[in-house]
Design a protein around this ligand. Structure first.
Ligand code: GLV
Length: 310
């Protein structure tokens, strides 16, 4: 079995080593533009360079080193539909998302963002405690990662909401779905956590009209994709206080440009797309198991639905 590997950062050696350890039967070929490459069975990558597309059309399956499919869906037209594109399922990301989101929710609930600001000016001032009942947390997108986050939030006793494309029922969670359920979800979520896949329908789902439906003084945590939020719409809503704070891990343009106004807004907390890092060892383990299944002619889970786009 031969695996074609591409890493945009060029740091291929640790991946080659992990495949050698966990899949000794496979030979890993590192993709290089212009190089004469042997025929490969599987490709492992995140976003392919344009020059790699012809090669991708020849493999038996493509394995993504991430959970989201939007990066490769841009090139979907160049990849024949019979070639499955397989994404990672959790592979250590669920717990990271749970840590990140729980931390952000608790920080807002316990007003630690405000205490951080006070501490910088040497102010000792106890703010009023918040009521859990006033601090409903709504998660948009309840797939493998979203459900992990909901489970992590459960013990704290926040009223929980979920919004998904199709109906989902989660114990003890007020579930909303589809276009028709969006207003009710947004209107009753003091904190909105965006964990949606990025598709045409979800692009700019958090635009001004929709953010205005959230309660006054609410919070946004975005760990989905930058394009879920209309960035120019967010800033005025933060300035007016309608949105009291936002924790953003993803941005329309990454790295977030140095001149971007978000950097200057203290009520926006910025992290560099780290809410769920790809854990190499766990990911290689999962891909190796799926490649072996595919090679045996068995069905492989987590194949992207090209129509849905995730
Ligand atoms: C990262 O953003 C991923 O989709 O895995």
């Amino acid at each position: 079995m031969r695996i074609l590997l591409y890493r945009a950062d060029g740091n291929t050696a640790p991946w080659v080593k992990d495949f050698a350890d966990l899949m000794p039967e496979a030979e890993v070929v590192v993709w290089r533009e212009g190089a004469h490459l042997p025929t490969c069975d599987y490709a492992v990558l995140w976003t392919p360079p344009q020059a790699m597309l012809a090669e991708l059309a020849r493999v038996k399956a493509i394995f993504l080193t991430g959970a989201g499919a939007d990066a490769i869906m841009k090139y979907s037209h160049a990849i024949p539909p019979h070639i499955p594109i397989v994404r990672l399922n959790d592979a250590g990301m669920g717990i990271q998302m749970a840590e990140y989101v729980t931390h952000a929710v608790l920080r807002y609930f316990r007003r630690l963002d405000e205490y951080e600001t006070q501490a910088r000016s040497g102010a000792w001032l106890q703010l009023e405690a918040r009521e859990k009942a006033d601090f409903s947390v709504g998660v948009m997108g309840v797939g493998a990662l979203g459900s992990h986050v909901i489970e992590a939030l459960r013990p704290f006793g926040f009223p929980l909401r979920a919004w998904s494309r199709s109906p989902k029922s989660l114990d003890g969670v007020d579930s909303f779905h589809g276009e028709a359920g969006l207003d009710g979800f947004l209107g009753s979520s003091r904190v909105v956590v965006c964990m949606l896949p990025l598709t045409e329908e979800t692009t700019h789902i958090l635009n001004r009209p929709n953010m205005m439906k959230m309660p006054q003084g609410s919070y946004i945590i975005n760990v989905g994709r930058g394009a879920h939020i209309s960035e120019p719409d967010l800033l005025p809503l933060i300035k007016s206080g309608h949105i009291a704070g936002a924790t953003l891990d993803v941005f329309r343009n990454e790295p977030l440009p140095a001149q971007h106004p978000f950097w200057m807004e203290p009520r926006i907390t910025i992290t560099p797309h780290i809410s769920a890092l790809t854990l190499r060892r766990e990911s290689v383990e999962q891909m190796a198991a799926k490649m072996r299944q595919h090679a045996r002619g068995e069905e492989v889970a987590d194949v992207i639905n090209r129509t849905k786009g995730y």
